[in-house]
Design a protein around this ligand. Structure first.
Ligand code: BG6
Length: 298
């Protein structure tokens, strides 16, 4: 752990140079470098707050227990802010495990575990969502991939419902050359077009303006981000059926005080895996686990 107080972070590096950096604030992954540490895979705004004053603009913020604006009233999450409290709470560092498996072609890996429990919440968050839960978030760095997995446990006497999402900002060179495959035939809610439902009828999604789509119940496991037709990232879902594709484009990016540089929207695309279509229900003592493996294909 380096840094102090609200800006504490955990860094891990493999012998071959790859690295990952995770802020305790939000358990937000803010950097993931592959290719011997030469290639940064995540986009992070130059004006992202890294001092715990607001959710990080970039990296991989964790969305829990509600995605987007919560239901207006009548739902247990209704009093929470957009995307819930996980991304703005300070997590505990639970420890590090390394493995050096000579038989594993991928070589060594390092796993960092972070925990967030009801007792870690701010009084406001605790009041807004007074349920007893435990989250363990595991971030595993391997030579060419990063795996991030969330384990949600109901530690109270009452059942609860939640949504979760890993809000990954992938770094790309030029959005005009990006295409996204693996979503063909999937229904999505288009938040830019008044939340209307459409079916993905092209094999690839290209981004030429604001995009904010919630692809739901995706049968295939992998979404691929290509640059100039060459695969750049595979995003593999594990027990998560939904994926949001988001790019704010020029005007919305300019309207965000923490989005920098102005042309940053041409260098990022969010591919966000999650369980956000409806709610996941956990009874007393039950556990849910879901996550992603992002492969850097450079
Ligand atoms: C995406 C949502 O997941 O997050 C968008 O689909 C939203 O609608 C975006 O604008 C960013 O949210 P925030 O709260 O980090 O500005």
């Amino acid at each position: 752990i380096t840094g102090s107080g609200t800006s504490s972070k955990v860094t891990a590096t493999l012998p071959s140079g790859e690295s990952v950096e995770v802020l305790l604030y939000g358990a937000t992954v803010i950097s993931w470098k592959s290719n011997g540490g030469k290639a940064e895979n995540l986009w992070l705004s130059e004006k992202a707050a890294l001092d715990g004053s607001k959710a990080v603009r970039g990296g991989i913020p964790v969305v829990f227990p509600v995605f987007g604006p919560p239901p207006k009233s009548g739902h247990p999450t209704s009093a929470l802010p957009q995307h819930g409290f996980a991304r703005t709470s300070r997590w505990e560092f639970l420890g590090k495990a390394t493995s050096e498996d000579a038989l594993d072609a991928a070589g060594s890996s390092v796993k960092l575990d972070f925990g967030l429990y009801s007792s870690n919440l701010s009084p406001e968050a605790r009041t807004a969502w007074p349920l007893d839960f435990g989250l363990v978030y595991s971030v595993t760095l391997s030579k060419d991939s990063l795996q991030t997995v969330m384990n949600v446990r109901n530690e109270g006497d009452h059942s609860f419902e939640f949504q979760m999402l890993l809000h990954t900002y992938l770094k790309v060179k030029d959005i005009s050359k990006v295409s996204i495959s693996g979503l063909l035939g999937v229904d999505y809610v288009d938040k830019v077009l008044n939340a209307t439902t459409h079916k993905q009828s092209d094999a690839s999604v290209t981004i030429t303006g604001e995009v904010d789509r919630v692809y739901a119940s995706i049968p295939q496991d992998t979404t691929t981000v290509l640059e100039s037709g060459t695969p750049r990232f595979d995003v593999v879902r594990d027990n998560l059926q939904d994926t949001v594709v988001w790019n704010p484009w020029k005007e919305k990016a300019a309207a965000m005080g923490d989005f920098s540089p102005d042309i940053g929207f041409t260098e990022m695309v969010c591919v966000e895996v999650g369980a956000v279509n409806g709610w996941q229900k956990l009874d007393k003592g039950e556990v849910f686990e879901g996550g992603q493996t992002i492969k850097s294909l450079l």
